[in-house]
Design a protein around this ligand. Structure first.
Ligand code: PXP
Length: 247
């Protein structure tokens, strides 16, 4: 089985664009669940450009499905997470000037800080993943800091143009997933996934969960969020089933 985590950040992006009270991320979370979302993902950025503290609090309080909080490795975010107690935390790098999370977390480069963050969150019973680029060193570093899960950054694959480049980037993801699995890490993936490119990644047997946001929110403008989520989930399950029958 493969799970779909629906990232609702961009519902808040629309709200913040007008400084309004709507659309509410909590309402979007309910709609996503109606469409079959297995969990809800939210990124509370340091600059609070989309999701606000209150959005996370409301979703945590109201929903029965697991909450996956994406956050930077800072003391303030650790304190927030320990108060909210999401089921999962995904540690991501953050730069103020970026449009979205541009690369994976440099786990080896900030080993002590990442390890202290992982330790603190795990001590509170939170399952911690690190968002890393698809390369072997990153998998080893994730294992070294005690993360239980890696979320493999699929952005380079999603942005690749031309068959050769797409296959090259996909192979990197496949290899990283195998390495992570051999190390005993659980494997998630996400970033830039769409209805057109999700198939290959969803078919990888090591991948337990995909976190997808932008493509779902964009499609929801035309078909509504429950249908957008349902279509993506169906595509993922079809890919998985086709891969299983191929074995
Ligand atoms: N996973 C992580 C760790 C992310 O930071 C993001 C973007 O917030 C996503 C998944 C979802 O990416 P997208 O919005 O491109 O589907």
């Amino acid at each position: 089985m493969i799970r779909l985590g629906v990232n609702i950040d961009h519902v808040a992006t629309v709200r913040q664009a007008r400084g309004e009270r709507f659309p509410e991320p909590l309402a979007a979370a309910h709609a996503a669940i109606l469409g079959g979302a297995d969990l809800i993902t939210m990124h509370l950025r340091e600059d609070r450009r989309h999701i606000q503290d209150r959005d996370v609090e409301l979703v945590r309080e109201a929903l029965a499905v697991p909450l996956n909080l994406e956050m930077a490795c800072t003391e303030a975010m650790v304190a927030f997470a320990r108060r909210i107690r999401p089921d999962h935390v995904c540690l991501v790098p953050e730069k103020r000037e970026e449009v979205t999370t541009e690369g994976g977390l440099d786990v080896a480069g900030q080993r002590d800080n990442v390890k202290a963050t992982v330790d603190a969150l795990r001590a509170d019973g939170i399952v911690v993943s690190v968002f890393v680029d698809p390369d072997e060193q990153a998998m080893l570093a994730a294992n070294d800091v005690g993360a239980e899960v890696v979320e493999i950054h699929t952005g380079r694959y999603a942005n690749a143009r031309g068959d050769a480049a797409v296959v090259h980037e996909f192979m990197a993801i496949r290899k990283a997933a195998t390495t992570a699995h051999q190390l005993g890490l659980r494997v998630h993936a996400g970033h830039g996934l769409t209805y057109r490119n999700v198939w290959r990644v969803a078919a990888l047997p090591e991948v337990e969960e995909l976190n997808i946001g932008f493509a779902l929110v964009a499609r929801s403008l035309f078909v509504g969020l429950p249908a957008a989520v349902r279509e993506m989930r169906d595509e993922m399950l079809r890919a998985r089933e086709a891969a299983r029958q191929d074995l």
